[in-house]
Every structure is written in structure tokens, then in C-alpha cells.
Design a protein around this ligand. Structure first.
Ligand code: HPA
Length: 277
């Protein structure tokens, strides 16, 4: 299984394949989470790369994930967008989960927008709301950069205290009025899944300061911090987390509510893009 340095070498091969085929050298990288892929349809002047055609790249196995890398223009910005992401529960190592970020960095991206579907832990949140990620809890041992460190790519030890860039969050909050959904700001707890959490785990995570829980994002954010990319992270809260309501974890709600809230998420992201220099 690849470590971070080996994965970076694979991404160099992938980047060498993609670079001459780009329509617009991208400044912004976007990762779209479960059921949130519709934004990708709005990218204009686009060129698409199915993951299976990109040499040395990972293959997406999750349902509701398209498996496409798309380069083009969105709200006036040159972007590269991953419609379909990779999760630890699919069998990848944490190092492999860094691949999208490594690829973005090698293609010249300067900022990443990462989205996900998440369960709400904060009792004042509702399904269909959005949450700007201000910080995360990672008790999964997830460290994509473990192993030999490619110094030319990023330092061995690195700061993650401001990786969810405060200025980008401020900008997103200024745009909250343009969407129907409530926009919160809170702490995302990472659980690797694929099982949903137990009610006891959710109570514990609430006690520890989590506002939402999900099975993605943190490995990518750690990789972004390593190579110095600022992150805007946004969760679509598709359900109340386990044990909050007197029902089983509403797994079918994830896609259903995700599809509805995707419109607000798209409006918010396009607003942020339009406001960036
Ligand atoms: N738990 C974990 N991941 C999730 C959830 C949840 O409740 N909802 C959407 N993704």
C-alpha cells in the first residue's frame, strides 16, 4: 500500500498526463462530497477526466460519486473539481486519500474548497442546514503524511491551527443571506465509517465539542495543510446524528437531503468564487 511519498510520485504521473490537456490552469480546487456533485454540471468551457483514464490515479467505488475530474470555469474562476471523492471505508490508506490534494497542488491550485455530507450533532441544527467547518476533531489516527516526508512538497511537522482559513469563512458568512438554508459554523468530527456512529459515540463527540460528524474531509484537509493550501470546508447536514431522534440513523436521508441542499451549497460556493480576486 502506498505511503505519502509513493502516492506523491503516482500523482506526479497523473499531473503530467493532465497538465497538457487542461483547458484553464486551475487556481482553485474543489472536492464535492456525497450527493453534492451537481455543481460540477455548471462548470463551463470544461474538459473532463474520468478517474479511470488518469494514469496512477485512484478509482472511486462509492455510490453517488461520479468519478470525474473536471477543469474549466466557474463563477469567473479557473477551477479543477473532483466530482466523486475517496474514503477510508473504501479500503484506501490515509496516504492515498491525500491524492486529490497532491494532484491539485502539482497542477498549481492555490486554494481548496471541500464539501461533505454530515450528521448534525449540535441540537440547534436541522437537516438541510449548512455548516462552515471552523475546526475538526480527528481521533481516527488519520495522518496521510505518515512515513518518509517529501521535504520539497511540505515540512515534516506543520501547523493545522488555521487551515480552515478564517478570511474565507468570513467571506462565506457574508454571503449567507443569498441562500435559503441556515449557515452555521462549527467543529467537524471525523469517523472513518462505513458504519454510522452509535448514540454513545455521538454523545461523547458532543461532549468533546463536535457540532457535526462525517466520514471524509479530514485526511484531505491534513494534506492541504501539509502543502500550504488554505481550505474552505462546508458540510451539508443531511440528518440528525445517531440517537438524537427516536429513529434508526436515517441513512436514506443522506442522498435525499443532500440533493436538496446541494442547490444552496452551489449558490454559496459560486458566491465565494465570484468574490475572490
Ligand atoms: N454520520 C457519519 N457520516 C455521515 C452522517 C452521519 O450521521 N450523515 C452523513 N454522513
Amino acid at each position: 500500500m502506498n505511503n505519502y511519498q509513493q502516492q506523491l510520485e503516482c500523482c506526479r504521473t497523473a499531473a503530467d498526463y493532465i497538465r497538457p490537456r487542461l483547458k484553464k490552469p486551475p487556481k482553485i480546487g474543489i472536492i464535492l462530497g456525497t450527493a453534492l456533485g451537481s455543481l460540477a454540471d455548471e462548470i463551463t468551457a470544461a474538459v473532463q477526466f474520468p478517474y479511470r483514464e488518469i494514469p496512477s490515479f485512484l478509482q472511486s467505488t462509492a455510490p453517488a460519486h461520479a468519478g470525474l475530474l473536471i477543469n474549466g470555469c466557474l463563477a469567473g474562476q479557473d477551477v479543477i473539481c473532483m466530482s466523486g471523492r475517496f474514503h477510508y471505508y473504501e479500503g484506501y490508506s490515509f496516504a492515498q486519500l491525500a491524492a486529490p490534494i497532491q494532484l491539485f497542488k502539482l497542477l498549481g491550485v492555490q486554494l481548496v474548497i471541500i464539501t461533505n455530507a454530515a450528521g448534525a450533532i449540535n441540537l440547534s441544527y436541522q437537516p438541510g442546514d449548512l455548516m462552515l467547518i471552523s475546526d475538526h476533531l480527528n481521533f481516527m489516527g488519520a495522518a496521510p503524511t505518515r512515513g518518509p516526508n517529501p521535504e520539497e512538497f511540505g515540512p515534516r511537522f506543520f501547523d493545522v491551527s488555521r487551515v480552515y482559513a478564517p478570511d474565507l469563512r468570513l467571506l462565506a458568512k457574508e454571503l449567507a443571506g443569498s441562500i435559503k438554508a441556515n449557515l452555521h459554523e462549527g467543529v467537524y468530527a471525523y469517523m472513518t465509517g462505513p458504519q454510522f456512529e452509535t448514540p454513545a459515540e455521538i454523545r461523547a463527540l458532543r461532549t468533546l465539542g463536535a457540532d457535526a460528524v462525517g466520514m471524509s474531509t479530514v485526511p484531505e484537509v491534513l494534506a492541504a495543510a501539509h502543502c500550504g493550501l488554505p481550505v474552505l470546508g462546508i458540510s451539508v447536514l443531511t440528518n440528525m446524528a445517531s440517537g438524537i431522534l427516536p429513529v434508526d440513523a436515517p441513512i436514506s436521508q443522506v442522498e435525499q437531503i443532500g440533493n436538496i441542499a446541494a442547490a444552496d451549497l452551489a449558490t454559496l460556493i459560486k458566491g465565494v468564487l465570484a468574490a475572490l480576486p
